[in-house]
Design a protein around this ligand. Structure first.
Ligand code: KG4
Ligand code: ZN
Length: 339
């Protein structure tokens, strides 16, 4: 066996085309991300067909750049991994087709990676000392998941959203406040100028012991509040709305995540996904974890949103655990469980 395992990782599940070269799972030689945010801005959200077309244009240059900036060639690769589930199906297919072609031509193994596992693994890159087991809170545009991570490839989903994902709720509220796209970071910024206690938006905890989430009621609360203000011709303080909505969502996320860590006796909590970049979530979780004696891990912003490096890390652990080389049989799936 070689001293080091080098992989090329490809991510194209939504609106970022990304490729990375990762050594031994945690050492990132390159992580090239081509984002389509400016293209989708005009539509107020990601248009799947347009995303696929841009992935198609971008994927080869992004892969070339990843190899160039890592200073390696195709011959140096030990395997290829690619996000093949879950995500926009047309977008996933561009990445998987490219990965298949390369793995076939180079005659090296091809590993399919679960996108959410990738988000969690971003923390292994950011924190060299981090090892499972731990509790993970994954909050992104498409997912809000609480998981018990028992090993590098052993995950148990304990809670999920029953309606909107946290990022989706942020984006929708940002849109009705006229903030633009993607709304999450803009809402985060505006909220810093507002009072989080100004409007008591509903905190939805569901059944007593449930670890599931539901954010659509809180989002509808914001819409109703804005409509009633409009009908009465009263001025709206957008910063207060943003801060109060954010506080309601964050309170539920933090409470459930810390409760799960305590219930499972975990002393580490890992935050992941695009919404992990949210400043209020990071601060509140840090405070709650400190109080509970739990060590909090979160990636830097560039590793929170979609990127190839996190897929390379997850792919490495799947590869080392003996994941099947899927070669020409690899398929893409719009929906897929984390387990
Ligand atoms: O993980 P990601 O890049 O894509 C998915 O897999 O969904 O997450 C994107 C989501 C978007 O909904 C975006 O608005 C949200 O993450 N987001 C934020 C922040 N930064 C990104 N939400 C709240 N506050 C932020 N600072
Ligand atoms: Zn993602």
């Amino acid at each position: 066996m070689k001293d080091h395992i080098v992989c090329l990782a490809i991510e194209s599940s939504c609106d970022e085309t990304s490729a990375a070269v990762v050594v031994d799972g945690r050492r990132v030689l390159s992580n090239i991300i081509s984002t389509q945010i400016d293209i989708h801005k005009a539509y107020g959200g990601v248009v799947p067909e347009i995303a696929s077309r841009h992935h198609l244009n971008n994927i080869n240059p992004v892969i070339d750049e990843a190899l160039d900036s890592a200073g390696i060639g195709f011959k140096d690769l030990d395997f290829i991994c690619v996000t093949n589930r879950p995500g926009l199906i047309g977008a996933l297919l561009i990445g998987t087709a490219s990965a298949k072609a390369l793995a076939y031509a180079l005659n090296i193994p091809l590993i399919g990676v679960h996108h959410i596992r990738g988000h969690i693994c971003a923390n292994y890159i950011a924190h060299p000392e981090l090892e499972p087991p731990f509790t993970a809170l994954v909050v992104s545009g498409g997912h809000s998941t609480l998981a018990d991570v028992r090993g590098y490839t052993d995950y148990e989903i304990v809670g999920q959203t029953r309606d909107d994902a946290a990022g989706e709720a942020f984006d929708k509220v940002a849109r009705v406040l006229g903030l633009g796209y993607p709304g999450g970071p803009l809402l985060d910024k505006l909220a810093r100028e507002g009072n989080p206690e100004a409007i008591p938006f509903k905190r939805v905890y569901l059944e007593k012991d449930s670890y599931d989430f539901s954010f659509s009621g809180t989002k509808t609360g914001v819409l109703n509040y804005l409509n009633s203000k409009r009908q009465k011709n009263e001025a709206v303080n957008s910063a207060d709305v943003a801060a109060s909505f954010q506080a309601a969502v964050v309170e539920v996320l933090v409470t459930k995540a810390v409760r799960l860590a305590k219930d499972r006796g975990r002393d580490k909590l890992v935050l992941a996904g695009g919404v992990a970049a949210n400043s209020c979530l990071r601060e509140s979780l840090a405070k709650a974890c400190e109080k509970a004696g739990i060590k909090l891990f979160a990636p830097p912003p560039v590793l929170c949103t979609d990127n190839g490096a996190m897929i390379g890390c997850a792919g490495y652990y799947e590869y080392m655990a003996g994941a099947k080389d899927e070669k020409m049989n690899l398929d893409a799936f719009a929906n897929a469980p984390l387990e």
